[in-house]
Ligand binder design. Structure first.
Ligand SMILES: Nc1ncnc2c1ncn2[C@@H]1O[C@H](COP(=O)(O)OP(=O)(O)OP(=O)(O)O)[C@@H](O)[C@H]1O
Length: 324
């Protein structure tokens, strides 16, 4: 079997902040506490986790922008510390947000400029830029100035920039941050395209829907540790096998959540505010139906929509992160 593209073994990073004029050592933050995983060639691997979980720190160590404090990692057979220089040339990365492009230049001129900067041979540059514009769906808009591009278009241009030197692996850190749903859908199509053309992708995201649709496997990371690693399908199975009852309630009575939570067949209860209503999401234990039980508690309350649904990746994720 071919060697994995990314091999991470017990990777850790601690930040030591320094305080005051004499830069005395302050507190230590263990951002990444020993993570291990592998990513196979052609795979789209997701790192999913709450703010501050250690996703960006992990990526930065893998692209040689940060030194690990413990553990080791190899990307494309290169050690991230010992072979940093060779490795850097072979990976591509794109961080979320839309800075770093030349606003007054067209998308095409931006790519031409970066191609030169990255040492793409002039003979190849024209064709490479055209291929990439096509891959990210910007053909036809390439002569317009970037200042008129939407956030989604800018992000796709960033991806094209990150691919100019034909990296075999691309790191995408929260690519869809701040992008509207239509733009995000186009971006997902771009990422799928990319994987179909043979690039291995490691992606971080906060959007469950995106992770569920795109990723072959997902590592859920919380407080610097991997708390689950599986396919989206198996992650959903692994955690909550029971159904979820969702009820829209107008004016949730005091103490009701606690009473529902205490019921034997109830695994967990979450409340989400949506407009005027509060939505009660009750996770039943596998093989049980809690509808009657919950409705009894709601007797006398005003409620709207009642639905029963299968658990989503988001439900699995929330349970995993809460249990961490
Ligand atoms: N240069 C640094 N110096 C000190 N602490 C840092 C530094 N970079 C990150 N941290 C801390 O390390 C922890 C992990 O941060 P990291 O950016 O990796 O999280 P993340 O999972 O990418 O979060 P987000 O989803 O918000 O981007 C956080 O507590 C953060 O404050």
């Amino acid at each position: 079997m071919a060697a994995p593209v990314i091999e991470v073994d017990g990777l850790a990073r601690t930040f030591r902040s320094r305080k005051g004029l004499f830069r005395r050592p302050g507190k230590e933050i263990e951002a990444v506490k020993g993570v291990s995983f592998t990513v196979e060639r052609g795979e789209l691997f997701g790192l999913l986790g709450p703010n501050g979980a250690g996703k960006t720190t992990t990526i930065k160590m893998l692209i040689t922008l940060l030194l690990p404090t413990a553990g080791r990692a190899q990307v494309l057979g290169h050690d991230v510390v010992a072979d940093a220089r060779d490795l850097r040339r072979k990976v591509g990365y794109v961080f979320g947000g839309d800075r770093g492009l030349y606003e007054r230049l067209s998308g095409l001129d931006n790519l031409r400029y970066f191609a030169e900067l990255y040492g793409v041979p002039p003979r190849e540059s024209k064709q490479r830029v055209a291929e990439l514009l096509d891959l990210v769906g910007l053909t036809g808009r390439e002569k317009e100035r970037v200042e008129g591009y939407s956030r989604g278009m800018r992000q796709r241009l960033h991806i094209a920039r990150g691919l100019l030197h034909r990296p075999e692996v691309l790191f995408l850190d929260e690519p869809s941050i701040g992008i509207d749903p239509v733009g995000a859908r186009e971006l997902r199509a771009t990422v799928k395209n990319l994987v179909e053309t043979g690039t291995t992708v490691l992606l971080t995201t906060h959007y469950m829907f995106e992770a569920d649709e795109l990723c072959d496997r997902i590592a859920v990371i919380a407080q610097g540790r991997i708390v689950a690693l599986d396919t989206p399908h198996d992650l959903k199975q692994q955690v909550t096998t029971g159904t979820v009852l969702e009820i829209e309630v107008f004016g949730l009575p005091d103490g009701l959540v606690e009473k529902v939570r205490a019921e034997q067949d109830v695994q967990s209860v979450m409340v989400d505010v949506r407009g005027q209503a509060e939505v009660l999401a009750v996770h039943a234990r596998p093989g049980t139906d809690v509808t009657q039980t919950v409705m009894r508690h709601l007797d006398g309350s005003r409620f709207g929509r009642v639905i029963t649904r299968e658990p989503t990746l988001e439900d699995a994720y929330i349970e995993l992160v809460n249990a961490a």
